[in-house]
Design a protein around this ligand. Sequence first.
Ligand code: SF4
Length: 215
Amino acid sequence: MIYGKKLLKIYKILLKEYGPQEWWPADSPFEVMLGAVLTQNTNWLNVSRAIENLKKKDLICPHKIAVVSKRKLIAAIRPSGFYNQKAAYLKGLSQYVLQRFSGDLRKMSRFETSVLRNELLAIRGLGPETVDSILLYALNQPVFVIDAYTRRIFGRHGIKIKGSDYSGWQKFFESHLPKDQGLFNEYHALIVRLAKERCRQRPDCQGCPLEGVTL
Ligand code: SF4
Protein backbone atom coordinates (compact mmCIF):
# COMPACT_ATOMS: atom_id res chain seq x y z
CA MET A 1 0.00 0.00 0.00
CA ILE A 2 1.45 3.39 -0.87
CA TYR A 3 2.05 5.95 1.88
CA GLY A 4 -0.98 8.08 0.98
CA LYS A 5 -3.43 5.24 1.53
CA LYS A 6 -1.66 4.19 4.71
CA LEU A 7 -1.68 7.71 6.11
CA LEU A 8 -5.39 8.00 5.37
CA LYS A 9 -5.98 4.62 6.97
CA ILE A 10 -4.23 5.79 10.14
CA TYR A 11 -6.28 8.97 10.09
CA LYS A 12 -9.52 7.00 9.86
CA ILE A 13 -8.46 4.68 12.68
CA LEU A 14 -7.68 7.65 14.95
CA LEU A 15 -10.84 9.52 14.02
CA LYS A 16 -12.93 6.43 14.75
CA GLU A 17 -11.17 5.95 18.08
CA TYR A 18 -11.14 9.53 19.35
CA GLY A 19 -13.74 11.38 17.27
CA PRO A 20 -13.37 14.99 16.04
CA GLN A 21 -11.06 17.01 18.30
CA GLU A 22 -12.55 20.39 17.30
CA TRP A 23 -9.29 22.26 17.27
CA TRP A 24 -8.14 24.89 17.91
CA PRO A 25 -9.78 25.56 21.31
CA ALA A 26 -10.24 29.35 21.00
CA ASP A 27 -12.97 31.95 20.56
CA SER A 28 -11.33 33.84 17.70
CA PRO A 29 -8.54 33.51 15.11
CA PHE A 30 -6.42 36.06 16.96
CA GLU A 31 -6.74 34.03 20.14
CA VAL A 32 -5.44 31.04 18.14
CA MET A 33 -2.43 33.13 17.12
CA LEU A 34 -1.71 34.09 20.70
CA GLY A 35 -2.09 30.48 21.83
CA ALA A 36 0.27 29.25 19.11
CA VAL A 37 3.02 31.49 20.50
CA LEU A 38 2.22 30.93 24.17
CA THR A 39 2.29 27.14 23.82
CA GLN A 40 5.99 27.16 22.98
CA ASN A 41 7.85 25.11 25.61
CA THR A 42 4.89 24.66 27.93
CA ASN A 43 1.71 22.64 28.37
CA TRP A 44 -1.79 23.68 27.41
CA LEU A 45 -2.97 24.19 30.99
CA ASN A 46 -0.43 26.99 31.41
CA VAL A 47 -1.42 28.48 28.06
CA SER A 48 -5.10 28.49 28.99
CA ARG A 49 -4.28 30.31 32.25
CA ALA A 50 -2.39 32.96 30.30
CA ILE A 51 -5.23 33.27 27.77
CA GLU A 52 -7.75 33.66 30.59
CA ASN A 53 -5.65 36.48 32.03
CA LEU A 54 -5.51 38.17 28.62
CA LYS A 55 -9.29 37.85 28.34
CA LYS A 56 -9.83 39.35 31.79
CA LYS A 57 -7.69 42.32 30.74
CA ASP A 58 -9.53 42.51 27.40
CA LEU A 59 -6.28 42.05 25.46
CA ILE A 60 -7.30 39.49 22.81
CA CYS A 61 -6.85 42.06 20.06
CA PRO A 62 -3.79 42.99 17.95
CA HIS A 63 -4.27 46.72 18.57
CA LYS A 64 -4.32 46.22 22.33
CA ILE A 65 -1.37 43.82 22.44
CA ALA A 66 0.65 46.25 20.32
CA VAL A 67 0.11 49.19 22.69
CA VAL A 68 -0.20 47.58 26.13
CA SER A 69 2.83 48.06 28.36
CA LYS A 70 5.25 45.16 28.38
CA ARG A 71 4.88 45.00 32.16
CA LYS A 72 1.11 44.42 31.92
CA LEU A 73 1.49 41.92 29.11
CA ILE A 74 4.11 39.96 31.03
CA ALA A 75 1.88 39.90 34.12
CA ALA A 76 -0.94 38.39 32.04
CA ILE A 77 1.09 35.73 30.24
CA ARG A 78 3.35 34.81 33.17
CA PRO A 79 1.73 31.32 33.63
CA SER A 80 2.97 30.28 30.17
CA GLY A 81 6.65 30.72 31.12
CA PHE A 82 9.40 32.45 29.10
CA TYR A 83 7.18 35.50 29.50
CA ASN A 84 9.80 38.13 28.63
CA GLN A 85 10.50 36.56 25.25
CA LYS A 86 6.88 35.65 24.60
CA ALA A 87 5.71 39.20 25.34
CA ALA A 88 8.13 40.46 22.69
CA TYR A 89 7.00 37.78 20.23
CA LEU A 90 3.31 38.64 20.77
CA LYS A 91 4.01 42.31 20.23
CA GLY A 92 5.98 41.57 17.06
CA LEU A 93 3.19 39.38 15.71
CA SER A 94 0.52 41.96 16.57
CA GLN A 95 2.48 44.77 14.94
CA TYR A 96 2.86 42.70 11.78
CA VAL A 97 -0.88 41.94 11.66
CA LEU A 98 -1.65 45.63 12.15
CA GLN A 99 0.86 47.06 9.72
CA ARG A 100 0.37 44.50 6.97
CA PHE A 101 -3.38 43.80 7.23
CA SER A 102 -4.75 46.63 9.39
CA GLY A 103 -5.53 43.99 11.99
CA ASP A 104 -8.00 42.29 9.63
CA LEU A 105 -7.42 38.52 9.88
CA ARG A 106 -10.03 37.75 7.22
CA LYS A 107 -8.04 39.86 4.80
CA MET A 108 -4.88 38.10 5.97
CA SER A 109 -6.39 34.65 5.39
CA ARG A 110 -6.97 35.50 1.71
CA PHE A 111 -3.25 35.91 1.05
CA GLU A 112 -1.19 33.18 -0.53
CA THR A 113 0.09 30.60 1.95
CA SER A 114 3.75 30.80 0.90
CA VAL A 115 3.76 34.60 1.21
CA LEU A 116 2.21 34.51 4.67
CA ARG A 117 4.50 31.70 5.77
CA ASN A 118 7.66 33.55 4.77
CA GLU A 119 6.51 36.78 6.38
CA LEU A 120 5.47 35.09 9.62
CA LEU A 121 8.76 33.18 9.78
CA ALA A 122 10.57 36.52 9.62
CA ILE A 123 8.97 37.60 12.92
CA ARG A 124 11.26 37.08 15.90
CA GLY A 125 10.37 34.01 17.94
CA LEU A 126 8.11 32.39 15.35
CA GLY A 127 9.50 29.07 14.12
CA PRO A 128 7.91 26.70 11.60
CA GLU A 129 5.68 24.85 14.08
CA THR A 130 4.25 28.10 15.48
CA VAL A 131 3.83 29.63 12.04
CA ASP A 132 2.15 26.56 10.59
CA SER A 133 -0.19 26.34 13.58
CA ILE A 134 -1.19 29.94 12.91
CA LEU A 135 -1.65 29.27 9.20
CA LEU A 136 -3.71 26.13 9.73
CA TYR A 137 -5.78 26.95 12.80
CA ALA A 138 -6.12 30.74 12.67
CA LEU A 139 -6.11 31.32 8.91
CA ASN A 140 -7.51 28.03 7.54
CA GLN A 141 -4.57 27.48 5.22
CA PRO A 142 -3.79 23.88 4.14
CA VAL A 143 -0.42 23.29 5.81
CA PHE A 144 0.50 20.19 7.79
CA VAL A 145 1.87 21.01 11.25
CA ILE A 146 4.85 18.96 12.37
CA ASP A 147 5.73 18.59 16.02
CA ALA A 148 7.67 16.25 18.28
CA TYR A 149 4.60 14.02 18.63
CA THR A 150 4.33 13.55 14.87
CA ARG A 151 8.00 12.63 14.59
CA ARG A 152 7.75 10.25 17.53
CA ILE A 153 4.64 8.36 16.40
CA PHE A 154 5.51 8.04 12.74
CA GLY A 155 9.18 7.40 13.52
CA ARG A 156 8.10 4.52 15.75
CA HIS A 157 6.03 3.22 12.86
CA GLY A 158 8.98 3.09 10.53
CA ILE A 159 9.11 6.48 8.80
CA LYS A 160 12.62 7.81 8.41
CA ILE A 161 13.11 11.32 7.09
CA LYS A 162 16.53 12.25 5.78
CA GLY A 163 18.06 14.71 8.24
CA SER A 164 14.83 14.47 10.26
CA ASP A 165 14.19 18.15 9.65
CA TYR A 166 10.88 19.98 9.86
CA SER A 167 10.49 20.59 6.14
CA GLY A 168 11.31 16.96 5.31
CA TRP A 169 8.55 15.71 7.60
CA GLN A 170 6.11 18.29 6.33
CA LYS A 171 6.87 17.40 2.72
CA PHE A 172 6.27 13.73 3.53
CA PHE A 173 2.73 14.39 4.80
CA GLU A 174 1.80 17.09 2.32
CA SER A 175 2.98 15.08 -0.67
CA HIS A 176 1.07 11.95 0.33
CA LEU A 177 -2.20 13.44 1.55
CA PRO A 178 -4.85 15.48 -0.27
CA LYS A 179 -4.25 19.20 0.24
CA ASP A 180 -7.23 19.61 2.53
CA GLN A 181 -7.28 22.11 5.38
CA GLY A 182 -9.99 20.19 7.26
CA LEU A 183 -8.03 16.94 7.02
CA PHE A 184 -4.79 18.59 8.15
CA ASN A 185 -6.59 20.30 11.02
CA GLU A 186 -8.10 17.09 12.34
CA TYR A 187 -5.10 14.87 11.63
CA HIS A 188 -2.68 16.97 13.67
CA ALA A 189 -5.15 17.22 16.56
CA LEU A 190 -5.57 13.43 16.54
CA ILE A 191 -1.80 12.92 16.53
CA VAL A 192 -1.53 15.09 19.64
CA ARG A 193 -4.34 13.14 21.31
CA LEU A 194 -2.67 9.80 20.51
CA ALA A 195 0.72 10.99 21.75
CA LYS A 196 -0.73 12.20 25.04
CA GLU A 197 -2.83 9.11 25.65
CA ARG A 198 -0.60 6.35 24.29
CA CYS A 199 2.57 7.30 22.50
CA ARG A 200 4.36 8.96 25.38
CA GLN A 201 8.12 8.74 26.07
CA ARG A 202 7.40 5.17 27.09
CA PRO A 203 4.86 3.92 24.52
CA ASP A 204 1.75 2.13 25.72
CA CYS A 205 1.28 -0.08 22.65
CA GLN A 206 -0.97 -2.77 24.05
CA GLY A 207 -4.49 -1.89 22.94
CA CYS A 208 -3.32 1.31 21.18
CA PRO A 209 -5.40 2.05 18.06
CA LEU A 210 -2.20 1.90 15.98
CA GLU A 211 -0.94 -1.37 17.47
CA GLY A 212 0.30 -3.52 14.58
CA VAL A 213 -0.15 -0.78 11.95
CA THR A 214 2.88 -0.46 9.70
CA LEU A 215 3.83 2.16 7.15
S1 SF4 B 1 1.89 3.63 21.53
FE1 SF4 B 1 2.85 2.06 20.28
S2 SF4 B 1 1.26 1.39 18.82
FE2 SF4 B 1 0.61 3.35 19.71
S3 SF4 B 1 1.34 4.89 18.29
FE3 SF4 B 1 2.92 4.66 19.83
S4 SF4 B 1 4.35 3.14 19.01
FE4 SF4 B 1 2.43 3.02 17.84
